[in-house]
Design a protein around this ligand. Structure first.
Ligand SMILES: [Fe+2]
Length: 387
């Protein structure tokens, strides 16, 4: 067995000297994933994704025209009976000795001694039970900005995140609970950074759960394929091959290959169970090696069926026999099974082959497949790898 790569645990002497202040952006990172925070801020490793590159570009645009934030003053800009002028200060950086935190704010809307931070984000907000809400990590970052403003003498009651992708502004109140939560987060981040030991991977990973659920679906399709062949197809073909030892040996081989796939599926099953419990590097590498082993065996099996088995089947089964087998199989799958089966086999399929397969079922199935099942399946698959 190949040696599994082991990801080294960083030791304290490899770490760079920590900056004096913890940036609000890193509180966001810590809230999202303490392990990622450690890689980025403590180890100084920054992996740019498309989102961060685009986000950085937007920040550069915001940063282009920095403007000064006036000192907090209850009377500033206003006359008795009239509201103070609203000032929009861009790219404002303030720090707090008390929190050992620093916040670079895209925009601060100030009116007298009242200030509201506005943070620009690339993504989109999430749907909560009471409407749009901030992602917890965005909320933490915004809270740090508000708290730093307060420590600099401003009155800050709320913050706003502007999601550029959807053009939505989402407000969040800087209440006692959010302040306490964020102060605890800042303290934890400092503790992790100064302790110098990388945090374990997140145990509750939505992505691991989604991938595990998709594997259950793929496994169901594989079992179905084997069951149909073992219970219905080979018994239909075998009597036609009486006395043809070489051909019968090919069928025996196909059935034997089905049996060898079982333990591979079992290993992947166990791998997904472990990965769902602890989606770490090592468990992930083990799982991917089980998936590779299954794929290799499955590809050999499917190639064998295509090249050695089906030409033989074509010779001994009449078109009518093959069609009646197809109808019996479709009946056993049912409409619910078809809704899952067709989009799955069409994923990555050659358009000509897809069209040929879609010409077999009755028109309602074709219409449902094109307009309902495939779009739904594509949406599901598109979210599989999302965080
Ligand atoms: Fe098979």
């Amino acid at each position: 067995m190949a040696t599994l790569p082991i990801f080294p645990t960083p030791v304290a002497e490899d770490l760079r000297a920590l900056p004096e202040y913890l940036p609000a952006r890193m509180v966001n990172e810590f809230s999202y994933c303490p392990r990622l925070f450690f890689y980025e801020w403590v180890e100084g490793v920054f992996q740019e994704s498309a989102d961060t590159v685009e986000g950085a570009a937007q920040h550069r645009r915001v940063d282009e025209k920095p403007t000064a934030l006036p000192r907090p003053s209850p009377s500033q800009g206003g006359t008795p009976g009239e509201p103070a002028a609203v000032i929009h200060a861009r790219s404002v950086t303030l720090s707090s000795e008390r929190l050992r935190a620093i916040a670079k704010m895209d925009l601060v809307e100030a009116e007298g001694d009242r200030a509201t931070p506005v943070d620009y984000k690339h993504g989109s907000p999430r749907e909560g039970p009471d409407g749009l809400e901030l992602w917890p990590s965005d909320k933490a970052q915004l809270a740090v900005q508000g708290m730093v403003l307060r420590d600099n003498g401003y009155q800050c009651d709320e913050g706003i995140v502007y999601y550029r992708k959807t053009g939505q502004r989402v407000r969040v109140a800087l209440d006692v609970a959010l302040v306490a939560e964020t102060e605890a987060l800042i303290a934890q981040a400092w503790e992790v950074a100064e302790h110098g030991e990388i945090p374990p991977p997140l145990v509750d990973s939505p992505r691991a759960r989604r991938l595990g659920a998709h594997w259950e679906f793929v496994k169901e399709q594989l079992h179905h394929h084997h069951r149909i062949e073992d219970e219905s197809f080979w018994p239909l073909v075998r009597p036609k091959l009486v006395g043809q030892e070489d051909e019968l040996a090919v069928l025996d081989e196909m059935e034997a290959q089905h049996l060898t796939l079982e333990p591979k599926c079992q290993a992947v099953d166990e791998g997904f169970t472990s990965f769902s419990k602890q989606p770490g590097d090592l468990v992930g590498v083990e799982l991917s090696s089980h998936l590779d082993a299954l794929r290799t065996l499955l590809e050999v099996h499917l190639d064998d069926e295509e090249s050695r088995c089906f030409p033989m089947v074509d010779e001994v089964l009449s078109v009518e026999e093959f069609e009646s087998f197809g109808k019996a199989t479709a009946k056993s799958i049912g409409i619910r099974g078809s809704a899952r089966f067709f989009p799955w086999i069409f994923e990555g399929a050659d358009p000509v082959e897809r069209k040929a397969v879609l010409s077999m079922p009755p028109p309602p199935v074709r219409i449902l497949c094109q307009h309902v099942w495939e779009p739904r399946y594509e949406r599901q698959v598109a979210t599989l790898w999302a965080e």
